[in-house]
Design a protein around this ligand. Structure first.
Ligand SMILES: Cc1cc2nc3c(=O)[nH]c(=O)nc-3n(C[C@H](O)[C@H](O)[C@H](O)COP(=O)(O)OP(=O)(O)OC[C@H]3O[C@@H](n4cnc5c(N)ncnc54)[C@H](O)[C@@H]3O)c2cc1C
Length: 702
């Protein structure tokens, strides 16, 4: 039986013994298990087990040519793998047992290949559960722990780290002594003080115990590297932290900011050094659902248990926590539409999920003179930047994405109550002047149509704020609820607001998928049956896509916008992603990584969900043969070509439909004068190639 989120962890919980932990990077060292039971670290790609008949020149590069190794280099960070391998070898030499996912400090769960407890395979495609369908992943990118082996992913699905964490946190706590302070460990996904569950619970605990609350933030460059965090995102986090610090300061709460270079050392450092220094025996944090973060948190709870420190983790990130949306048979669901209906029903019936937490009152101002804690107010200033993550375009980012919950609330207000303005796709603030209040003709009112257009400020642009927790999902849905009849949350497809609520629900959905099937944050396809789709290895094509020089104007406009703005509208995310995967036949994980490195709203669950949906390896129930036609999509989402003309200046003077497809609309000599690239692939041929490769997984067309 799977253990789902226990109610004691839910946000309404008011127990005094609490425990949670922060976010960590996604990947995870893949330890393939051999038939004999010994495990090997997968540092290099597996040898292909099936002969590929191919006329493609990239096929040779794929198995050892320079192109391949360069691509690996691009795709994977060195990380602290060497240290881990060394340490593991030492353990082996000393006869210690080696764990399946050795997070070094983490006291990970031992792999138990023989013990399967779960059979909730996703609908529509044997992901995990049946060892007979688990094949070794043969793609070129299985190196340096970035992509777990199929076996490890299946094991993680069998007993997801979230369940493990929840079981640990639910254990009875005894003998926790009153400390000198209570710590709320803020993570990069909950950068606000309003409606923040762990913060509220930590504050209540501190009040009850009559001791101060301290807010902790751990900067972890190792995590940022291994998780492909964008410099812009880290800059955004620091900006929001400064905003939070100022707010905390007003209520006499110090924000203690630390940098730990070695990500795997965080649990031990906190439990054995920092918390004792702060005299903290009660620590609270909001759960992060990514696999590495959960493993770090499991380790922290365990170390805490050994040392008499109660680390409490609570659900906060989503409106409805994972495990609460189930089918009639009580099973997790992986198809969005029925899931969304069930999600809406849960919200309708269980009002507490939309209940918000007040900003806590804070500490007494005498704390500032406290010999021990007073100095914390100034002791650890927020750095201007994190080494290796200095934002190259911070001025533009500040303009386009100003920080703070107040800004996020105003962005939300504009979306709900002001008219769409044309054009708003340039490098402008979401709060730029000229917005006209008009609730009837507001952006949300027109969202059914507007959400698929890229030529105005149609969508909310809240994603950076939601991804970093600058505003909560509950806050936005409560604002949306005001439009529903009798205060009911409208989530139907008939109204703009209902449609928008459905989009917000996707955020919960992809996080649920990740929490229930952790494989998706381990680099594995949701549908394991597509693990061996044969990808091209073509650096030129990959670079052309990244640079916006593919010769497909809508893709190029989107990719150039991504490079400049760190953000894209949903429609063009889908179009450009589909182009990379289905037209260029490049591994979706390359695109996933690139988006994470560029986006200010980079979020593993949403990004991975979007990529896997597009690559047909994910939860989308549509068959793989739905392939976007780039030209048709272009004409639909940018009917006048304004978006393309702005981002692709070479095409600025083109009139009419030529802007969507200049190569086929213009005489060759005229086209050449544009200085714009010819299409790098033929749509029809690439479509046929994709169909073949998906239909015949593991094979290439001969
Ligand atoms: C390939 C691909 C990669 C993506 N990567 C990310 C990402 O890294 N971070 C991210 O926040 N979104 C991502 N999305 C989802 C979506 O494109 C963005 O959330 C949306 O474009 C943000 O614009 P908005 O805030 O104006 O959205 P709105 O249309 O106003 O929607 C409101 C909110 O709902 C949520 N949302 C909307 N659509 C989705 C979706 N499909 N999946 C998950 N949440 C959704 C977001 O939090 C968004 O801010 C990705 C989509 C695709 C296809």
């Amino acid at each position: 039986m799977r253990l789902l989120a226990t109610s004691i962890l839910h946000r309404t919980t008011t127990t005094t013994t609490i425990n949670l932990y922060p976010r960590m990077p996604q990947l995870t060292l893949g330890f393939g298990s051999s038939g004999s039971g010994t495990r090997q670290l997968s540092l290099s790609p597996q040898k292909p087990i099936r002969q590929i008949t191919s006329s493609s020149s990239s096929s040779s590069a794929r198995h050892g040519g320079t192109g391949q190794s360069d691509l690996w280099k691009m795709h994977h960070e060195e990380e602290d793998m060497a240290a881990i391998v060394k340490s593991r070898a030492k353990d082996k030499a000393e006869g210690k047992e080696v764990t399946m996912h050795d997070d070094r400090e983490g006291g990970e769960v031992k792999g138990q290949p023989g013990k399967r407890t779960r059979n909730d395979s996703p609908q529509g495609g044997g992901v995990a559960g049946d060892e007979r369908v688990i094949k070794k992943h043969k793609n070129a990118y299985e190196i340096k722990g970035k992509i777990a082996t199929a076996e490890d992913a299946a094991r993680a699905d069998q007993d997801p780290p979230l369940d493990q964490l929840l079981r640990l946190v639910a254990q009875k706590k005894e003998g926790i002594k009153k400390g000198r302070s209570v710590v709320y460990w803020m993570r990069m996904e909950d950068l606000r003080i309003e409606d923040n569950t762990a913060f509220a619970q930590a504050s209540a605990c501190a009040k009850q115990l009559g001791i101060p609350i301290i807010v902790l933030f751990v900067i972890s460059p190792g995590d940022y590297r291994i998780h492909d965090r964008a410099k812009r995102k880290i800059d955004f986090v620091l900006r929001n932290l400064r905003w939070v610090k100022a707010k905390l300061d007003k209520i006499n709460i110090p924000l203690h900011v630390l940098t730990y270079e070695k990500r795997l050392s965080i649990p031990k450092k906190l439990i054995t050094e920092l918390f004792p220094q702060l005299g903290a025996t009660h620590v609270f944090a909001n759960i992060e659902y990514e696999v590495d973060e959960l493993r770090r948190d499991i380790a922290t709870v365990r170390f805490g248990q050994e040392k008499g420190i109660d680390v409490v983790y609570v659900h906060d990130r989503l409106v409805v926590p994972p495990g609460k949306v189930l089918s009639k048979q009580g099973k997790p669901m992986s198809v969005y539409s029925p899931w969304q209906r069930a999600w809406a029903k849960v919200l309708d019936e269980q009002k507490e999920f939309l209940r918000m937490q007040d900003v806590p009152p804070g500490n007494d101002k005498s704390l500032r003179d406290d010999p021990e804690f007073g100095k914390l107010f100034e002791a650890t200033p927020i750095p201007d930047f994190v080494d290796g993550f200095k934002c190259d375009d911070e001025d533009v980012m500040r303009e386009c994405w100003p920080e703070g919950t107040d800004v996020a609330k105003e962005v939300l207000h504009r979306f709900l109550y002001t008219k769409p303005r044309k054009p708003q796709f340039q490098l402008v603030s979401p709060l730029s002047e000229g917005a006209e209040e008009d609730a009837k003709n507001s952006r949300v009112a027109k969202y059914q149509v507007g959400r698929n257009l890229v030529d105005a400020d149609n969508s909310s642009k809240l994603s950076p704020y939601l991804a970093a927790g600058v505003i909560s999902g509950r806050m936005v849905l409560n604002a949306a609820r005001k439009f529903g009849k009798g205060g009911k949350l409208d989530s139907g497809r008939d109204t703009g607001v209902g449609m928008w609520v459905q989009e917000v629900a996707w955020r919960d959905f992809y996080n649920h998928v990740m929490a229930i099937w952790p494989r998706v944050s381990m680099g594995r396809p949701f549908l394991e049956k597509f693990a061996d789709v044969q990808w091209e290895v073509n650096e030129k094509h990959l670079q052309a896509w990244k640079d916006g020089k593919t010769g497909f104007p809508i893709v190029d406009a989107a990719m150039r916008a991504c490079a400049k703005r760190g953000w894209m509208e949903n429609r063009v995310r889908m179009v450009s992603a589909s182009f990379l995967v289905k037209s260029l036949m490049l591994d979706w994980r390359l695109g996933e990584k690139h988006f994470m490195e560029c986006f200010i709203d980079g979020d593993l669950a949403a990004n991975n969900g979007g990529w896997q949906w597009t690559a047909s390896t994910g939860t989308d129930p549509q068959p793989y043969f739905r392939i976007f036609n780039t030209l048709t999509q272009s004409e639909k989402c940018d009917p006048n070509g304004d978006y393309i003309r702005y981002w692709v200046p070479e095409l600025r003077n083109l009139k009419g439909k030529a802007v969507h497809d200049p190569y086929h609309h213009m005489p060759r000599n005229e086209f050449k004068k544009l200085g714009y690239p010819e299409p790098i692939v033929d749509h029809k041929q690439s479509r046929e190639r994709a169909l073949f490769r998906y239909k015949n997984v593991g094979e290439r067309e001969s």
